[in-house]
Design a protein around this ligand. Structure first.
Ligand code: PLP
Length: 346
């Protein structure tokens, strides 16, 4: 990459082996089900998260929307974390396009909804209320610095859902980060949900794409919802080929990104003027704050990192920042960030 970019893992470029796989991918018309590379990716993805079938989609947002439109009908209610990506950062798709009524609940420092509150949020069977239909969960939890939520939580959610005949969908945009951080097979987490979406385009470095996984019957219905939102693509094997490289080569190495994030967080925590909670740093991202006492404004901090070391950080509008590591960030880049930040803040 042409810069040291800590803004997000979405900025990561595909590696040379990925570009080569894309160039050489066998293709067909995927709307006819005839693209062998898409079919291969969908099968691999489903296997890795322990579901029967997969559906290649253009983005994580499309995967979540397709899942919600398939599980729910107009007037159905969904319980969702109030700071979850699906509720807060997907343009309100469930309500705008699906007529699905969100019931947002607060989450704790790790991104978990309180289970007693959740049970109370399930409506009585009464015409005043929407139908109880869905519970949406997220792992790792983006708004809580990518915290990997442990599997017990999802087991308990499953139990509540079953008691109330509800469906659970997981926005697992970074499920492999969560699984690697927890040292679990992803299936140990996803076994508790009916469907899961994950992104190929973040830490896994693919240029485009996510996969929605669930039962064979669910995915067959989801194909119609994907068509509805304009997401049925043709020779999409060119893109899916990158996703296959993601799943074969890029999952286990996420541990390196986690180590780099930890290294950066531990280093930043020691610089006067920077405030963060190192214990919450478990995957490839974390939040930190610039103290009021810092000698520069947040905007100046961002500008000087860029000018002095080609280090890109998002934000600068408030004292809160997020730093994210990925394949294109190495230990030397972390060291340069720390050295530059120290110089700016001294
Ligand atoms: C990135 C992300 C998504 C999907 O984002 P797209 O940009 O649409 O691929 C969904 N949920 C979470 C938690 C994410 O981080």
């Amino acid at each position: 990459m042409d810069r040291i970019d800590f803004r997000s893992d979405t900025v990561s470029w595909p590696m040379p082996s990925m570009r080569e796989a894309m160039a050489n991918a066998p293709v067909g018309d995927d709307v006819y089900g005839e693209d062998p590379t898409v079919n291969k990716l969908e099968a691999m993805a489903a296997e890795m998260v322990g579901k029967e079938a997969g559906l290649f989609v253009a983005s994580g947002t499309m995967g979540n929307l397709t899942a919600i439109l398939t599980h729910g009908r107009r007037g159905d209610g969904t319980i969702v974390g109030e700071d979850s990506h699906t509720f807060r950062a997907e343009a309100g798709g469930m309500a705008v396009l699906g007529g699905i009524v969100p019931n947002p609940l607060p989450t704790d420092v790790y991104g978990r909804m309180d289970l007693t509150t959740l049970e109370k949020a399930i409506y009585p069977d009464d015409p005043h209320y929407p139908n109880n239909r869905l519970i949406l969960v997220e792992n790792s939890y983006g708004a809580k610095g990518g915290y990997p939520i442990e599997r017990d939580y999802f087991q308990q959610i499953r139990h509540i859902a079953d008691k109330n005949s509800m469906i659970v969908h997981m926005d697992g945009a970074r499920i492999f980060n969560a699984a690697v951080a927890l040292n679990l097979d992803p299936r140990e987490i996803t076994q508790h949900v009916d469907s899961v979406t994950f992104c190929l385009s973040k830490g896994l470095c693919a240029p485009v794409g996510s996969v929605l996984c669930g039962s064979t019957e669910f995915i067959a219905q989801a194909r119609r919802a994907r068509k509805l939102v304009g997401g049925a693509m043709r020779q999409a094997g060119i893109l899916a080929a990158a996703g296959i490289v993601s799943l074969t080569e890029m999952v286990e190495r996420l541990a390196d990104d986690h180590a780099h994030a930890k290294m950066l967080a531990d280093g930043l925590a020691q610089i006067p003027g920077i405030v963060l909670e190192p214990d919450l740093v478990k995957t490839n991202m974390f939040f930190f704050e610039l103290a009021e006492s810092a000698p520069v404004t947040p905007a100046e901090f961002v500008q000087r990192l860029r000018d002095e070391a080609n280090i890109w950080l998002s934000g600068g509008y408030s004292r809160r920042f997020r730093a994210v590591t990925h394949y294109w960030i190495q230990e030397a880049d972390v060291a340069l960030f720390l050295q530059t930040a120290r110089a700016i803040l001294q």
